[in-house]
Design a protein around this ligand. Structure first.
Ligand SMILES: Cc1ncc(COP(=O)(O)O)c(C=O)c1O
Length: 393
């Protein structure tokens, strides 16, 4: 190709340019655990890294490689590492950079299990942690210690939708030679590119926007450098949290419509957020597209759009929230996010329920917080459903 596609949709559709040897337009599912070598020498060369040939699916597989290279292209990264789930990706990063005597600084409102595994398990192995409000740079500065080995943030964070200043945190971290990893699940590379903003590693739960159809569980890590890529890939291979080829195939298919899906969901979310903000039963709302969001200006600088994730609290607290969730008809009461259908859930009793009361309080995961992942249905139908359910409170 003389003209290299530079448009985001062109990259989504054509990916990193994988060419199937049989001419298949779509990269097929290489449903195999192992690959035949052409000779003993070829096998030895594959293991020595002197040949590109595949060895074993835990180490690499053409269907998974197509997805990894495509997402690395979208994130402006060096290369990608597919994982069995978002948590598989997160733990692979933790295991790659942390160890006994090392310290992690992270957002006190990250996805519950991302914090839970550090406090419940990594602490047992001598890892130290500081969970602070990373939307406040001064708190990040104060938390850094001589043994800090990783700064791990989520922006916007799940479920508070707080926005952290990625370029400022990276500049600070790099003064101390600390790598920064950003969980970009809420934005996807369509709305935000953390590696371009200064981060060293970006990861996603593919289960969400990148696949977009609520029919797989997967994760991916993209690094900026070859050194980090090799370190993280070898950890993923040793941990054995590789992706499955069928998962990768479905994700590659879902990925093609990422921009179209996000544009549509975001258009709806703006209307839903405006409706909720003006509703007399809504106490507060956090949505990056509303000027009332405390980091509205920062969000506009880092993200090309506000996305489709909304958090809000109702007057009447948890009881009112429960009533709302029990009465919605079109919005589905379910965890997860980023699919084509609108989902509603209650983080304090669902996704973040395993966190201690202190961790929930520090992270602003209040009992009344309801999280909405706006889908691609007609905005009028989503609003109509919320309106009828709110009327029952
Ligand atoms: C922001 C964020 N990161 C990571 C994860 C974990 O992903 P998975 O469920 O694919 O393991 C989730 C899941 O909800 C999430 O919301």
């Amino acid at each position: 190709m003389t003209h290299k596609p530079s448009g985001f949709n062109s990259k989504l559709v054509h990916g990193a340019g994988a060419k199937d040897p049989m001419g298949s337009v779509i990269t097929p599912i290489y449903q195999t655990s192992t690959f035949a070598f052409k000779s003993a020498d070829h096998g030895a060369a594959c293991f020595a890294g002197e040949s590109d040939g595949y060895i074993y699916t835990r180490i690499g597989n053409p269907t998974i490689r197509d997805l990894e290279k495509t997402i690395a292209l979208l994130e402006n990264g060096y290369d990608g590492i597919g994982c069995s789930s978002g948590m598989g990706a997160i733990n692979t990063v933790y295991m790659s950079y942390l160890g006994a005597g090392k310290h992690i600084v992270s957002h006190n409102a990250v996805y519950g299990p991302s914090r839970g595994i550090i406090e419940n398990t990594f602490h047992r192995f001598g890892v130290e942690s500081s969970y602070v409000d990373t939307t406040d740079l001064e708190q990040v500065k104060a938390a850094i210690k001589p043994n800090t080995a990783l700064i791990y943030i989520e922006s916007p964070a799940n479920p508070t939708i707080g926005i952290s200043d990625i370029p400022a945190i990276c500049a600070l971290a790099h003064q101390h030679k600390i790598p920064v990893c950003v969980d970009n699940t809420f934005c996807s590379p369509y709305l935000q590119k953390p590696l371009v903003l200064g981060a060293d590693i970006v990861l996603h739960s593919l289960t969400k926007f990148l696949n977009g159809h609520a029919d797989i569980v997967g994760g991916i890590i993209i690094t900026k450098t070859e050194t980090d890529y090799k370190k993280v890939r070898s950890m993923m291979v040793s941990l054995g949290c590789n992706m499955d080829p069928h998962q990768a195939f479905l994700t590659r298919r879902g990925l093609k419509t990422l921009a179209i899906r996000i544009d549509r969901a975001q258009e709806n979310a703006i209307k839903v957020a405006e409706f909720l903000e003006s509703h007399p039963k809504v106490d507060w709302i956090m949505y990056p597209g509303l000027v009332s969001h405390p980091q509205y200006e920062l969000g506009k600088k880092m993200m090309s759009g506000p996305g489709s994730m909304i958090s809000f609290g109702l007057k009447g607290g948890l009881e009112a929230g429960k009533k709302l969730m029990d009465n919605v008809e079109l919005c589905v009461l379910a965890v997860s996010l980023g699919g084509i259908e609108t989902l509603i859930q209650h983080p304090a009793s669902m996704t973040h329920s395993k966190l201690s009361a202190v961790a929930k309080k520090e992270g602003g995961i209040s009992d009344e917080l309801v999280r909405l992942s706006v889908g691609i249905e007609e905005a009028e139908d989503i609003i109509g459903d919320l309106e009828q359910a709110l009327a029952k409170i």
